[in-house]
Design a binder for this molecule. Structure first.
Ligand code: NAD
Ligand code: UGA
Length: 473
């Protein structure tokens, strides 16, 4: 395509998930002159996005209900009509899932690109005129070549169709998606068609300052996304490795994090020790990087990034193990209150949540888990643990089991220990003098998020383990 920058009046986004929904809602909010349609094959998800009750949107994000409430039905639409959405669009975003492959070539490492390919084929079949196709999903470097090849085949068949492919990875974090989208550190656009790049930049220019819109070639953009996630995750594995060392030596990881974080070259963010990183992307994207490095023969580079993922798994198994060790070497038949199941606060997402690995280890040891999370549905917990909730919690069967607790109080009642696995604000304000008498003594608090006040826990007569300074009470 040559000539002037095309004006974008209609946008279609394929994929109404954690990225597609919030991202398109903010674009619609900031660009009232652009009609935005989010399409998905999942009719249940689309129905939830269209629910009159905004508290029932399929993605929980603080502030998202207000944004959707302002735009939905005005210039923001959610639909299962994928073909019609594509046909009407000047610009199509691909925001579909790209999980780790579970079988076949590259299983356990490579990204499964079947949904990207399927959506690219839908665009090839149904687009009309000139269409700018934007990779919003996180993709292996050089995926744009595949998307281009699929689109070019359609272009060859119908001369009235033309395409430009851009990479525009998303950097939002769950729980802060709305502010991350409204005030991004940067927007990254990779491509080789200057007009298409400027057309997408003009959409973001409605609210993002020009100096925050970065332009690169396609491959740099794709690789920058994987690299950003790898660097963020690497900081978490680094601080968690030091947390374990602190626990052995009497140092406190929070003091160490403050001491190193004040060095402006290191900076204070992403130095919070915890139960290891979770979420749908850090592990998936690093494994993908590992796979790609191996593919290009860079085995030492692959091993370096693999160690970030290995350390993370080790931290989670370590926490489960120290719970067992502190409870006299056995948790069989013991009631353990698990506070928090989401992979971080302010989201209902449990994908790769640390709670899954830690709970599975404890179930394997025969524990009775009482799980409370303010936002995660019980069916989701059952899917994640691969086990239905048990009807009763009594008896020393030796078989691990879990029950849903309706409140912190319900979870803690008769428990031998409390494990805090998500940093929900409410867990910072628990009244330990009220909770402690409900527990079976001697009782423990294992604080994997460092959210409790150690003085209060100790004053309530409870023993305390806190990530990064160990058994401190
Ligand atoms: P998601 O699973 O929540 O949503 C993807 C949606 O795409 C699903 O609803 C699915 O039904 C739909 N879909 C798949 N194939 C389709 C097709 N052919 N036609 C129509 N709909 C189709 O995934 P997500 O968390 O939104 O992530 C999407 C992408 O964004 C991934 O590549 C991910 O790595 C990346 N990403 C995610 C986050 C995050 O915070 N979740 C942040 C940045 C980037
Ligand atoms: C992360 C990145 O921060 C986003 O920039 C990126 O867009 C996104 O992945 C993605 O590609 O999906 P997200 O996973 O939603 O976002 O959330 P984070 O805030 O990064 O937290 C990830 C995990 O690391 C959580 O389990 C969190 O509890 C943990 N974490 C984070 C720590 O243990 N310590 C920290 O200091 C920070």
């Amino acid at each position: 395509m040559t000539g002037s920058v095309p004006a974008i009046r209609t946008i279609c986004c394929i994929g109404a998930g954690y990225v597609g929904g919030p991202t398109m809602a903010v674009i619609a909010d900031r660009c009232p002159g652009v009609q935005v349609t989010v399409v998905d094959l999942n009719a249940e998800r689309i129905a939830a996005w269209n629910d009159a009750d905004l508290s029932r949107l399929p993605v929980y994000e603080p502030g998202l209900d207000a944004v959707v409430g302002r735009c939905r039905g005005r210039n923001l639409f959610f639909s299962t009509e994928v073909e019609a959405g594509i046909a009407a669009a000047d610009m199509v975003f691909l925001s579909v899932n790209t999980p780790t492959k579970t079988k076949g070539l590259g299983a356990g490492q490579a990204s499964d690109l079947r949904w990207v390919e399927a959506s690219a084929r839908s665009v090839a079949a149904h687009a009309q005129g000139h269409t700018i196709v934007v990779e919003k999903s996180t993709l292996p470097v050089r995926t744009a070549a595949t998307v281009q090849a699929i689109l070019q085949a359609a272009q060859g068949e119908a001369e009235c169709k033309t395409f430009s492919v851009l990479s525009n990875p998303e950097f939002l974090a769950e729980g802060t998606a709305v502010p991350d989208l409204e005030q991004p550190d940067r927007v990254l656009i990779g491509g080789d068609d200057p007009q298409a790049i400027e057309a997408l930049a003009s959409v973001y220019a409605h609210w993002v300052p020009e100096d925050r819109i970065l332009r690169t070639n396609l491959w740099s953009s794709e690789l920058s996304k994987l690299t950003a996630n790898a660097f963020l995750a690497q900081r978490i594995s680094s601080i968690n490795s030091i947390a374990a060392f602190c626990e052995s030596t009497g140092a406190d990881v929070r003091e160490v994090a403050r001491a190193i974080g004040t060095d402006s070259r290191i900076g204070p963010k992403f130095l919070q020790a915890g139960p290891g990183f979770g979420g749908s992307c850090f592990q998936k994207d690093i494994l993908n990087l590992v796979y790609l490095c191996g593919h290009y023969g860079l085995h030492e580079v692959a091993a370096y990034w693999q160690s970030v993922v290995d350390l993370n798994a080790w931290q989670q198994h370590r926490i489960a193990r120290l719970v067992v060790n502190n409870l006299f070497g056995t948790v069989t038949g013991k009631r353990l209150a698990v506070l928090g199941f989401a992979f971080k606060a302010d989201t209902n997402d449990t994908r790769d949540a640390p709670a899954i690995r830690i709970c599975r280890d404890l179930l394997e040891e025969g524990a009775d888990l009482a799980i409370y999370d303010p936002k995660v549905a019980p069916e989701q917990i059952a899917r994640d643990l691969g086990m239905a909730p048990s009807a009763s919690s009594s008896g020393l069967t030796g078989e691990g089991r879990w029950q849903l607790a309706g409140s912190v109080h319900d979870a803690v009642c008769s428990a031998d220990a409390v494990l805090i696995l998500t940093e929900w604000q409410a867990f910072r304000q628990l009244s330990w003098p009220e909770l402690a008498p409900q527990m079976r003594q001697p009782a423990w608090v294992f604080d994997a998020r460092a959210v409790v006040d150690p003085e209060q826990v100790r004053a309530a007569g409870l023993r305390l383990w806190r990530v990064g300074d160990g058994n401190i009470g």
